[in-house]
Design a protein around this ligand. Structure first.
Ligand code: SF4
Length: 297
């Protein structure tokens, strides 16, 4: 259950984050846009301690921190599991996506365990499909829960670049890239469906090697989402300063997308492969079910 006795512990554990626990009024947000492919978004937190510089909700208004405070505050919805339990009748046959506009395994989850408690509720909903999306190997702390879902759960690991020096600039508070690969490998080894989300695509050193790495991780799918950005956006200046404006180039995005597509061929090609007497494929590859948060995803 979530820890409500928090202030002193949190000041020490998260010195660069203002933690603002709150009682949410609702927890399931219906998704009516067909493109998203899921029924409800479930966010156990408001705000995100990862504070990615390109985050699509970084302008989220906050009375204290204003538009520049993204990544410096987070509000755990301490009653999220109870709300979800009360609303579980909505979930029959539905898909639930964790999480929208926040990372369900941001650092606070180590203490609050709200995502974990919500998973416990979802485990009681046997016809509900669960889609987790994260940038953090903290997801491994719930390995037992994730495995208990079997085929009705998938995890998307967001790995937007192969270069951790790029990550340090665009996602300075999110976990290092190698730790995400390690998480993808561990989850795959444990039989969990993993997808690699290259979204939003950042500068890459070697897309071919990245695609091989994705394949070797045991992931069953990978996809690319291109960043959409106005030139007036502060992140545009970051990209320009580092010589990374190519990430906005549709040709560059298409090039990386093609490399990943070749590494994870579509279902029709896989059927053709299956008809040949070649050794049995080690993995059954499925199309990604993750929502496209960025263009082209
Ligand atoms: S992890 Fe996701 S929600 Fe959190 S700051 Fe980064 S892009 Fe935004």
């Amino acid at each position: 259950m979530p820890m409500l006795d928090h202030p002193a512990m949190l000041l020490g554990a998260f010195p660069d984050l203002q933690v603002e626990p709150e009682e949410a009024r609702s927890i399931l947000r219906p998704q009516k846009d067909e493109r998203y492919g899921f029924g409800y978004a479930l966010s156990p937190y408001r705000g995100c301690g990862h504070g990615c510089a390109y985050c699509y909700v970084r302008d989220y208004p906050h009375p204290l921190h204003g538009p520049d405070g993204w990544g410096r505050w987070s509000s755990p919805k301490v009653n999220a599991p109870e709300l979800l339990w009360a609303q579980r009748h909505k979930l029959h046959g539905q898909r639930v996506f964790l999480a929208s506009a926040t990372d369900p395994y941001q650092p606070l989850e180590r203490e609050f365990r709200l995502t974990r408690a919500c998973l416990d509720v979802l485990l009681q909903c046997p016809t509900t499909r669960v889609i987790l999306h994260t940038r953090s190997p903290l997801v491994l702390q719930d390995l037992d829960r994730l495995k208990a879902f079997g085929a009705r759960l998938s995890v998307g690991l967001s790995i937007p670049t192969d270069d951790d020096t790029v990550r340090q600039i665009v996602e300075p508070k999110a976990p290092p890239i190698p730790s995400r690969w390690a998480a993808a490998e561990r989850l795959s080894r444990e039989g969990i469906q993993v997808g690699i989300s290259v979204a939003p695509l950042m500068a890459m050193v070697d897309p071919q090697a990245f695609a091989r790495r994705a394949r070797e991780s045991g992931a069953r799918s990978a996809w690319v989402g291109g960043l959409r950005l106005l030139s007036a956006d502060p992140f545009y200046r970051v990209l320009a300063h580092h010589g990374w404006l190519k990430v906005l180039d549709h040709e560059y995005q298409a090039e990386v997308r093609a490399v990943l597509k070749a590494a994870f061929p579509p279902a029709s090609s896989r059927k053709q492969e299956a008809r040949t007497p070649a050794p049995k494929p080690r993995l059954r590859i499925t199309e990604p079910h993750h929502p496209p948060l960025f263009e082209g995803a």
